[in-house]
Design a protein around this ligand. Structure first.
Ligand code: COS
Length: 391
């Protein structure tokens, strides 16, 4: 039985506790049995993913990724609900967590910066799972260095015309719309970027490649060729793109920490079960102090991660201030320490830990990308340093 004492912490109120209880029960019943779904081909992966989105939508969980005015469950973003959701879903299925996360990240910039018309057009269907969202910022030559992106958006009457390539785009090929960033002006670096909402069936937008990764998730490359987008589909104003991206990431980086926490908790629970059942040298391996010290360190890392994740979420939810430093700390520590926790779980499993299909083997693959996407660990350290030194 997984430790849920963190729910008694003062970061939460009863709404969060009830939400966590209900989602946990639902995920056990509805999501856990799908863990063994076939993801060996793109077709099988897409089918399984769409099924998960449908289930999450029909059961009302995606409503926590959008605000109430547009069909959401709560007045505004509540980062604690989203981090809890990711943690609980990730415990049972990396793909279910990914589905929830992408509805949030892919529509977050619309919630934060979109016109009322854009919000009405896109958010309600994201909240039911009828439409799938995506966030397209990275390029072949621009990953960490967002400000160096070269995709252009040129004004032509009441449209912008976009040309360029976006890659590492989660939900490429699945999404119904993309929040996509491009350079609209001559202003250098971060000053000349803007954000747009683009329909997936725009004739100027092609999914030019699907990318296979170690833990299967829908991912790919988009090519924009004279892609015409109405000026009304811009989020915020021309030149606001960098701010749109960073403000959105400030919220969602905390939730990446939540997902890492879910993977780590699952690994620890698997490791404890293994330690209490596997016999070596005449006793259960959990009776050896060498295993106990591993479990002790895992539990410590998990609680420290949870403190950072829910501190960041709580500050954002209750004070509404910029949480760049807090969210970077939450993401950095939780993802790095989850990797360590999972690695130790694999070690406790011994040879069984690297057998394909064993849960800790899956977690070992699932966690890796979290140390890279939405800002690498190295970038998070730079952000934390910049924020700390500026104080
Ligand atoms: N919220 C609001 N505004 C922000 C912000 C934030 N979190 N971070 C930066 N800004 C603003 C700054 O205030 C600054 O504005 P002014 O020029 O008006 O002062 C501007 O944006 C530029 O900021 P800064 O100089 O700090 O940006 P840098 O170019 O030095 O670099 C990093 C920023 C490297 C931290 C940024 O590019 C980054 O986060 N990279 C990782 C990208 C990423 O996560 N990619 C994955 C995408 S999703 S898979």
């Amino acid at each position: 039985m997984s430790d849920s004492t963190y729910l008694t912490w003062p970061f939460f109120d009863d709404t969060h506790r009830k939400f966590a209880e209900e989602l946990t029960a639902w995920a056990k019943e509805e999501i856990a049995p799908l863990e063994k779904d076939d993801h060996s081909t793109l077709e099988a992966l897409d089918k399984s993913f769409k099924h998960l989105i449908k289930k999450l939508g029909e059961s009302g969980w995606l409503k926590y990724t959008i605000p109430k005015t547009y069909g959401g469950a709560l007045e505004t973003f509540d980062v604690r609900h989203m981090a809890l959701a990711r943690s609980i879903l990730a415990y049972h299925s990396g793909l279910a967590d990914f589905g929830f996360a992408m509805q949030g990240l892919g529509s977050g910039s619309i919630t934060l910066f979109g016109s009322d018309d854009l919000k009405k057009q896109y958010l309600p269907d994201v909240g039911t799972g009828k439409r799938t969202a995506a966030f397209a910022i990275s390029e072949p030559e621009s990953g960490s260095d967002v400000a160096s992106m070269t995709t252009t958006a040129t004004l032509d009457g009441n449209h912008y015309v976009l040309n360029g390539v976006k890659t590492w785009i989660s939900n490429a090929g699945i999404a119904d719309q993309y929040v996509l960033f491009a350079r609209t002006g001559d202003a250098p670096g971060s000053k000349g970027l803007s954000a747009f909402v683009i329909e997936a069936d725009n004739p100027g937008l092609k999914v030019s490649e699907r990318i296979n990764v170690i833990a299967p998730h829908p991912l790919g490359t988009l090519t924009l060729t004279d892609c015409r987008v109405p000026t009304s589909n811009m989020l915020g104003h021309s030149g606001d793109g960098f701010k749109v991206a960073m403000t959105t990431l400030d919220i969602f980086r905390t939730t990446v920490g939540g997902a890492a926490l879910g993977f780590a908790r699952r690994a620890m629970d698997e490791a404890i079960d293994r330690a209490q059942s596997r016999v070596a040298f005449g006793k259960k391996i959990g009776d050896f102090q060498i295993i106990q010290t591993k479990i002790g360190e895992m539990a410590l890392k998990i609680d420290a991660s949870a403190l950072l994740v829910f501190r960041s979420a709580w500050v954002k939810d209750t004070q509404g201030i910029r949480v760049t430093r807090e969210s970077s700390m939450a993401k950095l520590y939780s993802t790095e320490s989850a990797q360590e926790v999972i690695d130790e779980a694999v070690q406790i499993f011994g040879g069984m830990g690297v057998v394909s299909g064993v849960t800790v083997e899956r977690l070992y693959r699932e966690i890796r990308a979290l140390r890279i996407y939405e800002g690498t660990s190295e970038i998070q350290k730079l952000v934390i340093a910049a924020q700390t030194m500026a104080k």
